[in-house]
Design a protein around this ligand. Structure first.
Ligand code: BDP
Length: 736
């Protein structure tokens, strides 16, 4: 009997406990409104802290916001709507000031603003904004001010962000101006609606239904971008289709441009170099041929007659099979300048990509790493002033970790812009939680020494190192037509971080994560600190479970989904992973010192020095520059092989830790997004183990060393991992 009682007691205590737990969780989740992620960081739910709500309501008792332009109208409506829902109170616009009014506008809409900017913010630049509290005419005012209309919209979003992140607003004197002029999303979207390297569904541009049907998404896209300062969008893939330049499509592009204009977003297009032949009926696209030059001039006139603020062209030429000036025996300079001349009368720019490589060019010591530098530096100072050379952050291709591209700082007389990849082609694609701001920051903070110490990549890009008059930063978009835009709820953070850093690269990755979490998920202190820790650890985790210690480009070919270090059958040597890791019985890594390809010579001496010696080189970059032995002594005393295995394991461990962290937030996050992230973390865990197992087994065939203790044992054979195929993995759509 007592035994029975004990069993029953245990049973009932357990079930009561479970019921309480479940009910508790359910109750908490029920209180949280359903979230499908569509609203991104622009949720503007009612402030849930009563004291704060009362404080904010007092601080903004009325709004005075004259709107003589479409942009100011957009800004005012945004302010009224969002404040209305944050404060749960109907907000209206009035014409005369009263105590605790919010006054917004430019010097031309208000003398108070004119005086404030000239007396207290004389340095406020371009599209920057001010948020300032002051006494005026005996009244306490909260002022959002800028010189330009779009600056006011940026200020409105910044003010709303203060409220969404629960900041004090009683006494403010903030100002912020963009450090980079062109802050652009590059969509690799095809006219067929497939997205090259897109993992969030189809393209958001419904070309077939444009211009007749305007999807609400286009407007929400513009709002979201404006809220983080993005001011340009290249709507088509770099592997371009000339059709977009035909009258039928230009009408569609025009419809998008009309929607984006009030939000300060210019439209750009990718120009296929062969367009004069493809759609113009010419026999050649030679950039020095007068008929070709005239064709592009006429095309630009046509575009600008439809889209007066058209931004310009992005061009991928003589790269991966794309046509370009070299097709006609001309140079990148000839090609870029031809476009520049056609665009210049209209104020347009050319973003000419430096992502070019051609194995034939350096036969003595071929190395794809060196190609962009080799091809572009001879033309420094020879491009027209409206040309920007667009350089990927690293010398190869958006890997989990790369050294900065040696082109940064190597063209002091040419504006050079940054190209980051927001979409996670090489970072776990649609399902891995990888916060990219630490990657972006690592690149920005690297010192090129190009104009003395402190010539960071950021200062090359923002133009301050060499006084570049034109500056820009592009991010390859991760947006698709999935309901939540980016498929992984945390993909939104990378879009957000890209915009914030393009505006102000001095912000820290942590700061950006903090404000994104508060706006996107919750202001709850536990939720914020837990999610922030996960995000901050996530980039190092992906480096460790995919490509630790400087390994690179060992992803499976074409789709780049999953590990493929053994691959060696692509038609070009540098399309094969074995080209990059060079594993053999002695060791592993690509020797880029004097005894190898000598790519290091492309860096300034101080940078070269940092990486030249395998004993002192930053171990995170070791295999980028050295072919080292399996028993090479690492700084922590381990031999290289053990360290490699341990790094793979540590990547897996971090993912498992992230899973536990996320689970600890049960009840603090709405059910829909909580469940999706949980499931994606499970996929990430499995894929991290897959990477670890496949890579260790493969590299072990060279090292012939045992897997050290503490490292998970592969549960399949190498042959099994080699046999895996994913012909329908997303993101491989071709360029049509
Ligand atoms: C590579 C992508 C490829 C792009 C290319 C590029 O795999 O799809 O077309 O970059 O940037 O990373 O042009």
């Amino acid at each position: 009997m007592p035994a029975m009682w004990n069993i029953m007691r245990t049973f009932s205590v357990r079930s009561v406990f479970r019921t309480l737990l479940v009910t508790g969780v359910l109750l908490t989740s029920l209180r949280l409104p359903a979230e499908d992620g569509y609203r991104l960081w622009l949720r503007y739910d009612r402030i849930d802290d009563p004291a704060l709500l009362a404080q904010y309501r007092n601080a903004v008792a009325c709004i005075v916001f004259p709107t003589p332009s479409p942009t100011l109208l957009v800004a005012r409506n945004e302010l009224l709507d969002d404040l209305g829902s944050l404060l749960s109170k109907k907000m209206t616009n009035r014409t005369s000031l009263a105590d605790n009014c919010l006054l917004a506008g430019t010097p031309s809409t208000s003398p108070i603003i004119a005086k404030l900017l000239s007396s207290q913010y004389p340095d406020l630049a371009g599209d920057g904004y001010v948020i300032h509290t002051q006494q005026s005419e005996g009244k306490h005012l909260l002022v959002i001010a800028a010189h330009s209309d779009i600056g006011v919209l940026y200020g409105v979003f910044a003010f709303l962000r203060l409220l969404q992140t629960h900041q004090p607003i009683g006494s403010l004197s903030l100002s912020s101006s963009p450090l980079i002029q062109r802050r652009i999303l590059d969509h690799w979207d095809n006219l067929t609606r497939t997205v090259e390297r897109g993992y969030a569904g189809a393209s958001i541009w419904n070309w077939h239904l444009l211009p007749g049907y305007i999807d609400q998404r286009y407007i929400d896209y513009a709002r979201a971008n404006a809220s983080i300062g993005i001011n340009g969008t290249v709507v088509t893939n770099v592997n371009a289709n000339s059709l977009v330049l035909t009258p039928l499509y230009l009408q569609k592009v025009r419809a998008l441009a009309d929607i984006f204009r009030p939000y300060g977003i210019r439209v750009y297009l990718t120009a296929k170099f062969s367009a004069p032949v493809d759609i113009g009926g010419l026999k050649t696209a030679d950039p020095l041929d007068p008929a070709v030059q005239q064709w592009w001039k006429d095309k630009c006139n046509e575009i600008y007659s439809l889209i007066p603020d058209f931004g310009g062209f992005l061009v991928k030429a003589n790269s991966e099979g794309q046509p370009g000036p070299q097709t006609y025996g001309r140079t990148h300079m000839d090609g870029a300048n031809m476009f520049a001349d056609a665009l210049a009368p209209h104020g347009g720019i050319v973003m000419w990509r430096a992502f070019v490589y051609d194995a034939g060019r350096d036969s003595a010591a071929p190395d794809r790493f060196k190609q962009a530098y080799t091809e572009f530096t001879p033309f420094d100072g020879k491009f027209r002033p409206n040309v920007l050379i667009q350089v990927k952050n690293g010398p190869i291709d958006f890997q989990p970790r790369e050294p900065f591209s040696p082109l940064f700082g190597a063209m002091p007389k040419t504006p050079v812009m940054m190209e980051f990849q927001i979409t996670q082609e090489y970072l776990g694609q649609g399902t891995h939680l990888v916060y990219e701001a630490p990657l972006f920051k690592e690149v920005f903070d690297a010192d090129t020494y190009a104009n003395g110490k402190g010539s960071t990549v950021a200062r090359i890009i923002d133009g301050s190192a060499f006084h570049a008059p034109l500056t820009g930063m592009a991010g390859v978009s991760n947006i698709g037509n999935e309901r939540n835009w980016t498929n992984h709820p945390f993909g939104q953070a990378n879009w957000y971080a890209f915009g914030k850093l393009a505006w102000d690269h001095t912000l820290s990755a942590r700061q950006i994560a903090d404000e994104w979490i508060r706006q996107t998920f919750s202001n709850d202190a536990t939720a914020v600190s837990t999610i922030e820790k996960m995000m901050m650890a996530s980039r190092e985790a992906v480096v460790n479970y995919m490509t630790p210690l400087g390994l690179h480009h060992i992803m499976s070919s074409s789709g780049h989904y999953g590990p493929g270090p053994w691959l060696n059958n692509a038609p070009r040597a540098d399309w094969n992973p074995v080209y990059y890791h060079r594993a053999d019985a002695y060791g592993i890594g690509f020797d880029r010192t004097l005894t190898g390809s000598n790519a290091l010579a492309q860096y300034q001496p101080q940078v070269r020095q940092q990486w030249l010696d395998s004993n002192t080189c930053d171990e995170n970059l070791l295999l980028w520059f050295h072919h080292i032995s399996w028993s090479h002594k690492m700084k922590d005393g381990q031999i290289f092989w053990d360290e490699l295995c341990n790094r793979y394991q540590s990547g897996v461990d971090t993912v498992k830790w992230m899973q536990r962290q996320w689970q600890s937030l049960t009840g603090l996050i709405d059910k829909e997004r909580f469940t999706q992230v949980s499931m994606f973390l499970d996929i990430q865990e499995k894929e991290a183990e897959w990477w670890r197992n496949a890579c260790i087994l493969y590299f072990q065939t060279f090292s012939r060393m045992p897997i050290p203790p503490g490292v998970g044992k592969p549960d399949q054979t190498l042959e099994y991992y080699k046999s895996l195929r994913f012909p329908y993995a997303p993101g491989t759509g071709t360029s049509l």
